[in-house]
Design a protein around this ligand. Structure first.
Ligand SMILES: Cc1cc2nc3c(=O)[nH]c(=O)nc-3n(C[C@H](O)[C@H](O)[C@H](O)COP(=O)(O)O)c2cc1C
Ligand code: SF4
Length: 322
Protein backbone atom coordinates (compact mmCIF):
# COMPACT_ATOMS: atom_id res chain seq x y z
CA UNK A 1 0.00 0.00 0.00
CA UNK A 2 2.86 2.37 0.84
CA UNK A 3 4.54 1.51 -2.48
CA UNK A 4 1.24 2.24 -4.24
CA UNK A 5 0.98 5.59 -2.53
CA UNK A 6 4.59 6.42 -3.47
CA UNK A 7 3.93 5.93 -7.18
CA UNK A 8 0.25 7.02 -7.22
CA UNK A 9 -1.00 3.57 -8.11
CA UNK A 10 -4.42 2.42 -6.98
CA UNK A 11 -4.15 -1.31 -7.54
CA UNK A 12 -1.77 -3.92 -6.10
CA UNK A 13 -1.54 -7.67 -6.71
CA UNK A 14 0.06 -10.38 -4.62
CA UNK A 15 0.97 -13.21 -6.96
CA UNK A 16 1.34 -16.63 -5.36
CA UNK A 17 2.54 -19.79 -7.05
CA UNK A 18 -0.32 -22.20 -7.79
CA UNK A 19 1.00 -25.03 -5.60
CA UNK A 20 1.08 -22.81 -2.51
CA UNK A 21 -2.66 -22.59 -2.02
CA UNK A 22 -2.39 -22.67 1.77
CA UNK A 23 -0.54 -19.35 1.57
CA UNK A 24 -3.42 -17.93 -0.43
CA UNK A 25 -5.86 -18.46 2.45
CA UNK A 26 -3.48 -16.79 4.91
CA UNK A 27 -2.94 -13.81 2.57
CA UNK A 28 -6.66 -13.44 1.85
CA UNK A 29 -7.37 -13.39 5.56
CA UNK A 30 -4.67 -10.74 6.10
CA UNK A 31 -6.08 -8.60 3.27
CA UNK A 32 -9.60 -8.87 4.76
CA UNK A 33 -8.19 -7.67 8.11
CA UNK A 34 -6.42 -4.77 6.37
CA UNK A 35 -9.64 -3.72 4.59
CA UNK A 36 -11.54 -3.95 7.89
CA UNK A 37 -8.95 -1.78 9.64
CA UNK A 38 -9.18 0.83 6.87
CA UNK A 39 -5.64 0.29 5.51
CA UNK A 40 -6.95 -0.71 2.10
CA UNK A 41 -9.92 0.41 0.01
CA UNK A 42 -11.36 3.88 -0.43
CA UNK A 43 -10.03 6.95 1.36
CA UNK A 44 -7.42 5.07 3.42
CA UNK A 45 -7.33 6.44 6.99
CA UNK A 46 -9.04 9.61 5.74
CA UNK A 47 -6.12 10.47 3.44
CA UNK A 48 -8.18 10.67 0.25
CA UNK A 49 -5.96 7.91 -1.22
CA UNK A 50 -7.62 4.78 -2.60
CA UNK A 51 -5.77 1.48 -2.94
CA UNK A 52 -7.05 -2.03 -3.59
CA UNK A 53 -5.06 -5.20 -3.28
CA UNK A 54 -5.94 -8.72 -4.39
CA UNK A 55 -4.22 -12.09 -4.40
CA UNK A 56 -3.76 -14.04 -7.61
CA UNK A 57 -2.44 -17.55 -8.15
CA UNK A 58 -0.66 -18.93 -11.16
CA UNK A 59 -1.12 -22.45 -12.41
CA UNK A 60 2.11 -23.54 -10.68
CA UNK A 61 5.25 -22.60 -12.59
CA UNK A 62 8.68 -21.68 -11.26
CA UNK A 63 9.16 -19.52 -14.32
CA UNK A 64 6.25 -17.29 -13.28
CA UNK A 65 8.39 -16.03 -10.37
CA UNK A 66 10.45 -14.16 -12.94
CA UNK A 67 8.97 -10.70 -12.99
CA UNK A 68 8.04 -10.37 -16.66
CA UNK A 69 6.66 -13.94 -16.90
CA UNK A 70 4.70 -13.16 -13.73
CA UNK A 71 3.07 -10.18 -15.42
CA UNK A 72 2.22 -12.30 -18.48
CA UNK A 73 0.63 -14.86 -16.17
CA UNK A 74 -1.29 -12.13 -14.29
CA UNK A 75 -2.62 -10.93 -17.63
CA UNK A 76 -3.97 -14.43 -18.24
CA UNK A 77 -1.36 -15.48 -20.76
CA UNK A 78 1.15 -18.29 -20.81
CA UNK A 79 4.03 -17.44 -18.44
CA UNK A 80 6.79 -16.69 -20.94
CA UNK A 81 9.26 -13.97 -19.93
CA UNK A 82 9.27 -10.71 -21.88
CA UNK A 83 12.26 -9.39 -23.75
CA UNK A 84 13.62 -6.25 -22.05
CA UNK A 85 13.77 -3.32 -22.63
CA UNK A 86 11.17 -2.02 -22.07
CA UNK A 87 11.45 -2.63 -18.34
CA UNK A 88 8.37 -2.96 -16.09
CA UNK A 89 8.83 0.57 -14.70
CA UNK A 90 8.11 1.84 -18.24
CA UNK A 91 5.84 -0.84 -19.75
CA UNK A 92 4.65 -3.37 -17.19
CA UNK A 93 1.33 -4.93 -16.27
CA UNK A 94 -1.37 -4.24 -18.88
CA UNK A 95 1.13 -1.94 -20.58
CA UNK A 96 1.30 0.42 -17.59
CA UNK A 97 4.34 1.48 -15.55
CA UNK A 98 4.68 -1.14 -12.81
CA UNK A 99 6.58 -1.57 -9.57
CA UNK A 100 7.25 -5.27 -9.11
CA UNK A 101 9.00 -6.62 -6.05
CA UNK A 102 9.05 -9.54 -3.71
CA UNK A 103 6.65 -9.06 -0.80
CA UNK A 104 9.68 -9.51 1.48
CA UNK A 105 11.27 -6.39 -0.03
CA UNK A 106 8.14 -4.24 0.23
CA UNK A 107 7.44 -5.38 3.77
CA UNK A 108 10.56 -3.48 4.91
CA UNK A 109 8.90 -0.15 3.97
CA UNK A 110 6.87 0.48 7.18
CA UNK A 111 9.86 0.02 9.52
CA UNK A 112 12.08 2.12 7.23
CA UNK A 113 9.49 4.93 7.33
CA UNK A 114 9.23 4.66 11.10
CA UNK A 115 12.93 4.46 11.92
CA UNK A 116 14.70 5.84 8.84
CA UNK A 117 16.83 4.46 6.05
CA UNK A 118 20.03 4.86 8.02
CA UNK A 119 18.70 2.66 10.80
CA UNK A 120 17.67 -0.03 8.30
CA UNK A 121 20.94 0.08 6.39
CA UNK A 122 22.83 -0.15 9.69
CA UNK A 123 21.27 -3.54 10.40
CA UNK A 124 23.32 -5.16 7.65
CA UNK A 125 26.84 -4.98 6.32
CA UNK A 126 28.27 -2.01 4.35
CA UNK A 127 26.54 -1.64 0.93
CA UNK A 128 24.32 -4.62 1.85
CA UNK A 129 21.99 -3.03 4.38
CA UNK A 130 18.96 -4.38 6.16
CA UNK A 131 17.82 -7.88 6.94
CA UNK A 132 16.98 -10.93 4.88
CA UNK A 133 14.72 -13.90 5.29
CA UNK A 134 16.89 -16.99 5.09
CA UNK A 135 15.12 -20.26 4.45
CA UNK A 136 17.44 -22.92 5.89
CA UNK A 137 16.72 -26.50 4.90
CA UNK A 138 18.47 -29.85 4.51
CA UNK A 139 20.62 -31.64 7.07
CA UNK A 140 20.29 -29.26 10.03
CA UNK A 141 18.56 -29.72 13.36
CA UNK A 142 16.35 -26.64 13.17
CA UNK A 143 15.35 -25.90 9.57
CA UNK A 144 13.13 -22.87 9.11
CA UNK A 145 12.82 -19.32 7.89
CA UNK A 146 14.92 -16.90 9.91
CA UNK A 147 15.12 -13.12 9.57
CA UNK A 148 18.78 -12.20 10.06
CA UNK A 149 20.96 -9.17 9.36
CA UNK A 150 22.54 -9.10 5.92
CA UNK A 151 26.12 -10.24 6.21
CA UNK A 152 25.32 -12.80 8.91
CA UNK A 153 28.12 -15.43 8.97
CA UNK A 154 27.11 -18.62 7.15
CA UNK A 155 28.95 -20.83 9.63
CA UNK A 156 27.02 -19.32 12.54
CA UNK A 157 23.80 -19.65 10.57
CA UNK A 158 24.34 -23.40 10.27
CA UNK A 159 25.91 -24.09 13.66
CA UNK A 160 23.87 -21.80 15.94
CA UNK A 161 20.72 -20.54 14.24
CA UNK A 162 19.84 -23.84 12.54
CA UNK A 163 21.03 -25.90 15.51
CA UNK A 164 24.00 -27.58 13.82
CA UNK A 165 24.27 -30.60 11.57
CA UNK A 166 21.65 -33.32 11.86
CA UNK A 167 22.81 -36.49 13.65
CA UNK A 168 26.24 -34.93 14.20
CA UNK A 169 27.22 -35.59 10.59
CA UNK A 170 29.90 -33.47 8.91
CA UNK A 171 29.08 -30.79 6.38
CA UNK A 172 29.82 -31.47 2.72
CA UNK A 173 28.25 -28.60 0.79
CA UNK A 174 25.93 -25.61 1.04
CA UNK A 175 23.71 -24.11 -1.62
CA UNK A 176 23.70 -20.53 -0.27
CA UNK A 177 20.88 -18.87 -2.19
CA UNK A 178 18.63 -21.33 -3.97
CA UNK A 179 19.31 -24.16 -6.39
CA UNK A 180 20.51 -21.98 -9.26
CA UNK A 181 23.48 -20.71 -7.19
CA UNK A 182 26.95 -22.23 -7.33
CA UNK A 183 27.61 -24.40 -4.27
CA UNK A 184 30.10 -23.79 -1.49
CA UNK A 185 32.11 -26.69 -0.11
CA UNK A 186 32.59 -27.22 3.63
CA UNK A 187 35.87 -25.26 3.66
CA UNK A 188 34.20 -22.21 2.06
CA UNK A 189 31.55 -21.44 4.66
CA UNK A 190 33.43 -18.69 6.49
CA UNK A 191 31.60 -16.15 4.41
CA UNK A 192 29.21 -13.30 5.21
CA UNK A 193 25.73 -13.88 3.78
CA UNK A 194 25.39 -10.78 1.65
CA UNK A 195 25.47 -10.01 -2.07
CA UNK A 196 29.06 -8.76 -2.27
CA UNK A 197 30.67 -11.40 -0.04
CA UNK A 198 28.97 -14.31 -1.79
CA UNK A 199 29.84 -12.91 -5.21
CA UNK A 200 33.46 -12.74 -4.05
CA UNK A 201 33.19 -16.36 -2.93
CA UNK A 202 31.99 -17.32 -6.44
CA UNK A 203 28.33 -17.77 -5.58
CA UNK A 204 25.19 -15.68 -5.03
CA UNK A 205 22.76 -14.69 -2.31
CA UNK A 206 19.86 -15.33 -4.71
CA UNK A 207 16.59 -16.01 -2.93
CA UNK A 208 18.23 -16.68 0.45
CA UNK A 209 17.33 -20.37 0.20
CA UNK A 210 20.15 -22.08 2.11
CA UNK A 211 20.37 -25.85 1.57
CA UNK A 212 22.76 -27.69 3.88
CA UNK A 213 24.12 -31.03 2.63
CA UNK A 214 25.90 -33.59 4.81
CA UNK A 215 28.93 -35.76 4.13
CA UNK A 216 26.89 -38.88 3.26
CA UNK A 217 24.93 -37.30 0.41
CA UNK A 218 25.70 -38.07 -3.21
CA UNK A 219 26.56 -34.87 -5.08
CA UNK A 220 25.93 -36.52 -8.45
CA UNK A 221 22.43 -37.26 -7.23
CA UNK A 222 21.97 -33.70 -5.94
CA UNK A 223 22.94 -32.42 -9.42
CA UNK A 224 20.64 -34.98 -11.05
CA UNK A 225 17.60 -34.09 -8.96
CA UNK A 226 18.09 -30.34 -9.39
CA UNK A 227 18.48 -30.76 -13.15
CA UNK A 228 15.20 -32.69 -13.27
CA UNK A 229 13.54 -29.84 -11.43
CA UNK A 230 14.74 -27.35 -14.05
CA UNK A 231 13.81 -29.66 -16.92
CA UNK A 232 10.31 -29.92 -15.48
CA UNK A 233 10.06 -26.18 -14.89
CA UNK A 234 11.49 -25.02 -18.23
CA UNK A 235 8.83 -22.99 -20.00
CA UNK A 236 10.15 -24.37 -23.29
CA UNK A 237 10.69 -21.10 -25.06
CA UNK A 238 14.48 -21.31 -25.56
CA UNK A 239 15.75 -24.49 -27.15
CA UNK A 240 19.04 -24.76 -25.17
CA UNK A 241 17.08 -24.66 -21.90
CA UNK A 242 14.17 -26.86 -23.03
CA UNK A 243 16.35 -29.55 -24.60
CA UNK A 244 19.55 -29.12 -22.58
CA UNK A 245 18.05 -29.47 -19.11
CA UNK A 246 16.12 -32.61 -20.11
CA UNK A 247 19.13 -34.08 -21.83
CA UNK A 248 21.43 -33.37 -18.87
CA UNK A 249 18.85 -34.81 -16.48
CA UNK A 250 18.63 -38.07 -18.45
CA UNK A 251 22.37 -38.30 -18.76
CA UNK A 252 22.78 -37.83 -14.99
CA UNK A 253 20.12 -40.53 -14.44
CA UNK A 254 22.20 -42.96 -16.45
CA UNK A 255 25.43 -41.81 -14.84
CA UNK A 256 24.10 -42.09 -11.31
CA UNK A 257 22.46 -45.46 -11.81
CA UNK A 258 25.67 -47.18 -12.85
CA UNK A 259 25.82 -46.56 -16.60
CA UNK A 260 28.42 -43.77 -16.42
CA UNK A 261 31.27 -43.51 -18.92
CA UNK A 262 34.48 -41.55 -18.42
CA UNK A 263 33.66 -39.30 -21.39
CA UNK A 264 30.38 -38.25 -19.74
CA UNK A 265 32.26 -36.21 -17.13
CA UNK A 266 33.80 -33.62 -19.48
CA UNK A 267 30.59 -33.76 -21.53
CA UNK A 268 28.60 -32.36 -18.59
CA UNK A 269 30.93 -29.34 -18.61
CA UNK A 270 30.83 -29.06 -22.40
CA UNK A 271 27.04 -29.10 -22.45
CA UNK A 272 26.82 -26.59 -19.61
CA UNK A 273 29.19 -24.29 -21.51
CA UNK A 274 27.21 -24.60 -24.74
CA UNK A 275 24.00 -23.70 -22.97
CA UNK A 276 25.58 -20.63 -21.33
CA UNK A 277 24.16 -17.35 -22.62
CA UNK A 278 21.98 -19.05 -25.25
CA UNK A 279 18.65 -18.26 -23.65
CA UNK A 280 16.69 -15.22 -22.55
CA UNK A 281 17.08 -15.52 -18.79
CA UNK A 282 20.23 -14.67 -16.87
CA UNK A 283 19.24 -17.03 -14.05
CA UNK A 284 19.33 -19.98 -16.42
CA UNK A 285 22.83 -19.03 -17.43
CA UNK A 286 23.96 -19.10 -13.84
CA UNK A 287 22.17 -22.36 -13.30
CA UNK A 288 24.19 -24.14 -15.91
CA UNK A 289 27.27 -22.61 -14.44
CA UNK A 290 26.11 -23.90 -11.07
CA UNK A 291 25.75 -27.37 -12.50
CA UNK A 292 29.25 -27.41 -13.79
CA UNK A 293 30.39 -26.64 -10.23
CA UNK A 294 29.19 -30.06 -9.08
CA UNK A 295 31.44 -31.66 -11.66
CA UNK A 296 34.40 -29.43 -10.82
CA UNK A 297 34.21 -29.36 -7.02
CA UNK A 298 33.16 -32.97 -6.54
CA UNK A 299 35.05 -34.52 -9.46
CA UNK A 300 36.11 -37.47 -7.30
CA UNK A 301 32.45 -38.35 -6.68
CA UNK A 302 31.78 -38.40 -10.40
CA UNK A 303 34.81 -40.63 -10.86
CA UNK A 304 33.69 -42.96 -8.04
CA UNK A 305 30.45 -43.58 -9.95
CA UNK A 306 32.38 -45.02 -12.87
CA UNK A 307 32.76 -48.21 -10.83
CA UNK A 308 29.02 -48.66 -11.40
CA UNK A 309 27.89 -48.18 -7.81
CA UNK A 310 26.94 -45.03 -5.93
CA UNK A 311 28.77 -45.07 -2.58
CA UNK A 312 26.64 -42.29 -1.02
CA UNK A 313 23.11 -41.71 0.18
CA UNK A 314 20.48 -40.45 -2.27
CA UNK A 315 19.75 -36.74 -2.38
CA UNK A 316 16.03 -37.45 -1.90
CA UNK A 317 16.86 -37.86 1.81
CA UNK A 318 17.64 -34.13 1.86
CA UNK A 319 13.96 -33.33 1.42
CA UNK A 320 12.97 -35.56 4.33
CA UNK A 321 15.91 -35.02 6.60
CA UNK A 322 13.73 -35.30 9.72
C1 LIG B 1 13.42 -18.17 -13.30
C2 LIG B 1 13.24 -17.09 -12.29
C3 LIG B 1 12.38 -17.30 -11.21
C4 LIG B 1 12.21 -16.31 -10.25
N1 LIG B 1 11.39 -16.55 -9.19
C5 LIG B 1 11.23 -15.58 -8.25
C6 LIG B 1 10.37 -15.78 -7.14
O1 LIG B 1 9.78 -16.87 -6.96
N2 LIG B 1 10.23 -14.77 -6.24
C7 LIG B 1 10.88 -13.57 -6.40
O2 LIG B 1 10.71 -12.66 -5.58
N3 LIG B 1 11.69 -13.34 -7.44
C8 LIG B 1 11.89 -14.31 -8.37
N4 LIG B 1 12.71 -14.06 -9.43
C9 LIG B 1 13.35 -12.73 -9.52
C10 LIG B 1 12.39 -11.71 -10.13
O3 LIG B 1 12.49 -11.75 -11.54
C11 LIG B 1 12.71 -10.29 -9.67
O4 LIG B 1 14.06 -10.02 -9.89
C12 LIG B 1 12.40 -10.05 -8.21
O5 LIG B 1 11.13 -10.48 -7.87
C13 LIG B 1 12.53 -8.56 -7.93
O6 LIG B 1 12.08 -8.31 -6.64
P1 LIG B 1 13.08 -7.81 -5.47
O7 LIG B 1 13.92 -6.72 -6.07
O8 LIG B 1 12.17 -7.34 -4.43
O9 LIG B 1 13.87 -9.00 -5.08
C14 LIG B 1 12.91 -15.06 -10.39
C15 LIG B 1 13.75 -14.86 -11.47
C16 LIG B 1 13.93 -15.85 -12.40
C17 LIG B 1 14.85 -15.60 -13.57
S1 SF4 C 1 15.57 -20.02 -20.22
FE1 SF4 C 1 14.16 -21.76 -20.09
S2 SF4 C 1 12.61 -21.13 -18.62
FE2 SF4 C 1 13.69 -19.24 -19.27
S3 SF4 C 1 12.52 -18.47 -21.00
FE3 SF4 C 1 14.06 -19.83 -21.87
S4 SF4 C 1 13.03 -21.82 -22.00
FE4 SF4 C 1 11.83 -20.56 -20.63
Amino acid sequence: MIAGRAVSSHQGYIYIRGEYRYVLDIMDEALAEAYKAGYLGKNILGSGFDFDMITHTGAGAYECGEESALMESLEGKRGYPRIRPPFPAIVGLYGSPTVINNVETLSAAPEILRRGGEWYAGLGSPKNGGTRLFCISGHVNKPGIYELPMGFPLRQMIEDVAGGMLNGRKLKAVIPGGSSCPLLSADEIDVAMDYDSLAKAGSMLGSGGVVVIDEDTCMVDVARRIMHFYAHESCGWCIPCREGTGWLGKMLDRFHSGGGRAEDIPMVGELAKNMLGQDVLPARRRRRHAHDQYRKKWAHEFEQHLSGKCPYKPASLLAMAR
